[in-house]
Design a protein around this ligand. Structure first.
Ligand code: ATP
Length: 579
C-alpha cells in the first residue's frame, strides 16, 4: 500500500486557501517590490534622456540634475529592496510555519494500521525530504517569484511607455521562450513526482535493510537486499536522468531567447531612428531594459522549475490528509461499571482476502487473567491488537459494555483497554512530559504515585532533576527496564480496566525481567488481563487459557481442564514440560 498523493485541483485549492490566509502579508510584500522595481526603472529612463540630451544639446546643470535624480533613485531602490526582501522572508517563514503545523497534525492523526501497511520509508521521506523541499520553495521561491514578476511586468510597462514601437523588439524572444517553457512545464510535474517516489522507495529499502541487518545476515538475504537496492537505484537514476533531460532542453532554449530581444531592440531601434520614428535615447532606454530584464526572467524560470519540485513535494505532503480514518467516533459510551470486553465473530486481514483471524468469539470475564497460547503465526498478536482496539476488525466487532471499541474516541478507549508491548519509546523532553502523555492533567504528586506503584520512584528521585530531567535521545539515557517502567507508570495513570500484554517482558535479561514482573504485577492488580504467552508457565498460572490455532480459538478453559481434556493444549503442555 502506498500513501496517497494530492491531485492537481486539490493542490491548487490548498495553495489558494493558504495564500488567502496570508493575503495581507502578501499584499505588503508585492507593494514594496512594486515600489522597488519602479525605482529601478528610473536608471535606464534617465540614461536615455541623457543620450537624447547629448544628441540634441543640453546644459551641464541639466546633466547634474539628471545624475542627482539617478543617485536618489538608486538609493531609494536599495532601501526599498532591503525592506521588501525582509518582508518577503517573514512571509515565507510564516506560510511555512503554517504548513508545517498542518502537516504535523495530519501525520499524528494517521491511523496506525495505515502507517504499518504503507511502511515507514515513504512517511519518513515525506516528513524530511519533502518538507525540506517545500520549505526551500516557500522561503525563497515564493518571494523571488513575486519580485521577478513585479520587475518584469513593470519593466515591460515602462518600455511601452518610453516607445511602443521600439518596445516591440522585446517580444523577439517569445516565439522560442513560450513553446520551450510550455513543453517543459507539461512534462516536469510527472517527472518530478516519479523522482520523489523513486527516492522514497530507495530510502525505505535502505532503512529496512539497515534496521533488519541482523535478520538479513541470519537468513543470508544479503544478495537479495542488494539486488533490491540496485533496482531502486536504477529507477532513481532513470527518474533523475529524465528530469535532467528536461532541464537540458529548457535552459539552452531560455538562454537563447534572452539574447534575441536585445539584438532585436538594437537592430529594429536603429532602423526606427533612421526613419525618424524613435530617438536614440528611447532605443538606449529600451536596450537597457532588455538587458535588465534578462536576470529576472532567468530567475523566474529557475523558480518555475523549482516550484515544480516544491509542488510535487507539497502534493505528497497534502496527500497524507487523504488517508481515510480507520474508525469513526460514535456517541455511545459504556457505563462507568461496564467493563465487559467481548469479541464477536472477529475477522482480520492485513491484506484483502487473506484473513488471519477467522471469526473469533471471546468473552473476557472482568478481573480474570487469560493466557493466549498457540503456535507462531497463529494470530495471537493480531487478536491482542483487536482486543485493544489498535486495528478495527475487518469483520465482527470487539466491544466494551456493548459499545464497539473503534467507536470510542482514542482518549476514552485507552481508559478502557490498553496494549502493553516491548516497544517503549522514550520521547525527548522532561520525564514528567513522557508520563503526562497518558494523562495531561496529572500533577506531580499523581506522577510520583504512578512511579511508586511500578517501583520506579527510587531511580527517578535520584535523577539530577527528578521528574524534570530531560530524557530521550540527547538527554539522560534510560535503560530498557527503566523505559519499560515509565511505560507501566503511564498505564497506571491511564487506569484501564483491561490490559493486553504482548511479549511485555520477553526481551529483557532475566534479572531485569524479574524486577519488572514485580512492577507489572502491581499494575495488573485488579484488572482484566489478556497475556499473550510465549512461555507456557504464564499459562499455567492464568485463570483460563485460550489456544489460538490458524486464526481460531480451538480450546478455552482453565489449565487443569484443558490438560485433562487431552487436546492440543495438553500436547503443547507436555512438550513444554519435556523441554
Ligand atoms: N503487519 C502485518 N502485515 C501482514 N501480515 C502480518 C502482519 N503482522 C502479522 N501478519 C501475519 O498474520 C499472521 C498472524 O500473525 P501474528 O503476529 O498475529 O501471530 P502470532 O500468533 O502472534 O505469532 P508469534 O507468536 O510468532 O508472534 C501471520 O501469518 C503473520 O505473518
Amino acid at each position: 500500500m502506498k500513501l496517497p498523493v494530492a491531485d492537481g485541483p486539490a493542490l491548487r485549492r490548498h495553495t489558494a486557501a493558504l495564500l488567502r490566509r496570508h493575503r495581507r502579508g502578501l499584499a505588503g510584500v508585492v507593494a514594496l517590490h512594486v515600489l522597488a522595481a519602479t525605482a529601478g526603472l528610473a536608471g535606464p529612463w534617465l540614461l536615455g534622456r541623457l543620450v537624447d540630451g547629448a544628441v540634441h544639446g543640453t546644459t551641464t546643470s541639466a546633466v547634474d540634475r539628471t545624475v542627482a535624480v539617478l543617485v536618489v533613485a538608486v538609493l531609494a531602490q536599495t532601501v526599498l529592496i532591503r525592506y521588501a526582501q525582509r518582508a518577503a522572508m517573514v512571509l515565507g517563514e510564516t506560510v511555512f510555519a503554517d504548513l508545517r503545523e498542518e502537516f504535523v497534525g495530519r501525520v499524528t492523526r494517521l491511523p496506525l494500521s495505515t502507517v504499518e501497511r504503507a511502511g515507514t520509508g515513504d512517511l519518513v521521506a515525506r516528513t524530511t525530504t519533502d518538507v525540506d523541499r517545500v520549505q526551500y520553495t516557500v522561503r525563497f521561491g515564493v518571494p523571488r517569484i513575486l519580485v521577478t514578476t513585479a520587475t518584469i511586468s513593470l519593466t515591460l510597462v515602462a518600455a511601452v511607455l518610453t516607445s511602443p514601437l521600439v518596445a516591440i523588439g522585446l517580444l523577439a524572444g517569445l516565439p522560442l521562450l513560450l513553446p520551450v517553457t510550455r513543453w517543459y512545464l507539461r512534462r516536469a510535474a510527472p517527472a518530478y513526482l516519479r523522482e520523489s517516489a523513486a527516492y522514497a522507495t530507495l530510502n525505505g529499502t535502505i532503512t529496512e535493510s539497515v534496521e533488519g541487518a541482523r535478520t538479513v545476515d541470519a537468513l543470508g538475504l544479503g544478495a537479495r537486499r542488494r539486488a533490491r537496492v540496485d533496482a531502486d537505484l536504477r529507477e532513481a537514476f532513470a527518474a533523475e536522468r529524465r528530469t535532467l533531460g528536461l532541464r537540458s532542453v529548457l535552459f539552452p532554449g531560455v538562454d537563447t531567447s534572452f539574447i534575441l530581444p536585445l539584438v532585436a531592440v538594437l537592430a529594429w531601434g536603429a532602423y526606427l531612428v533612421s526613419t525618424g520614428d524613435a530617438t536614440v535615447g528611447a532605443v538606449t532606454t529600451i536596450a537597457l531594459y532588455a538587458s535588465q530584464i534578462i536576470q529576472p526572467i532567468g530567475e523566474l524560470i529557475f523558480w518555475l522549475d523549482e516550484i515544480q519540485v516544491g509542488a510535487t513535494s507539497l502534493a505528497r505532503i497534502l496527500g497524507v490528509a487523504d488517508v481515510h480514518a480507520d474508525r469513526t467516533e460514535g456517541d455511545a459510551r459504556p457505563g462507568a461499571d461496564d467493563t465487559d470486553v467481548r469479541a464477536d465473530a472477529v475477522r482480520y486481514a492485513y491484506r484483502p482476502g487473506h484473513d488471519v483471524l477467522h471469526g473469533v468469539d471471546l468473552a473476557l470475564r472482568p478481573g480474570e487473567r487469560l493466557a493466549v497460547v498457540g503456535p507462531s503465526g497463529a494470530g495471537k498478536s493480531t487478536l491482542g491488537r483487536m482486543l485493544a482496539g489498535i486495528h478495527p476488525p475487518t469483520g465482527g466487532s470487539v466491544t466494551v459494555g456493548d459499545v464497539p471499541l473503534v467507536d470510542l474516541p482514542l482518549d476514552d478507549l485507552r481508559g478502557h483497554v490498553a496494549l502493553v508491548t516491548q516497544e517503549h519509546h522514550v520521547f525527548v523532553g522532561p520525564l514528567a512530559d513522557n508520563l503526562r502523555l497518558a494523562d495531561p492533567d496529572a500533577d506531580d504528586a499523581a506522577l510520583e504515585r504512578a512511579l511508586r506503584a511500578v517501583d520506579a520512584w527510587d531511580w527517578v528521585a535520584a535523577l539530577p532533576h527528578g521528574l524534570a530531567t530531560e530524557v530521550g535521545s540527547g538527554g539522560t539515557p534510560l535503560t530498557p527496564a527503566q523505559a519499560q517502567q515509565v511505560a507501566l507508570a503511564r498505564l497506571v495513570l491511564l487506569d484501564p480496566h483491561t490490559l493486553v500484554l504482548d511479549e511485555a517482558t520477553s526481551l529483557l535479561d532475566p534479572r531485569a525481567a524479574r524486577h519488572l514482573e514485580r512492577s507489572l504485577s502491581a499494575v495488573l492488580q485488579g484488572r482484566t488481563v489478556v497475556a499473550i504467552a510465549h512461555r507456557l508457565h504464564t499459562a499455567h498460572d492464568a485463570d483460563r487459557v485460550a489456544v489460538v490455532d490458524a486464526g481460531r480459538i480451538s480450546e478455552i478453559g482453565p489449565h487443569d481442564d484443558l490438560v485433562a481434556a487431552d487436546g492440543e493444549y495438553a500436547s503443547l503442555w507436555r512438550s513444554w514440560q519435556r523441554e
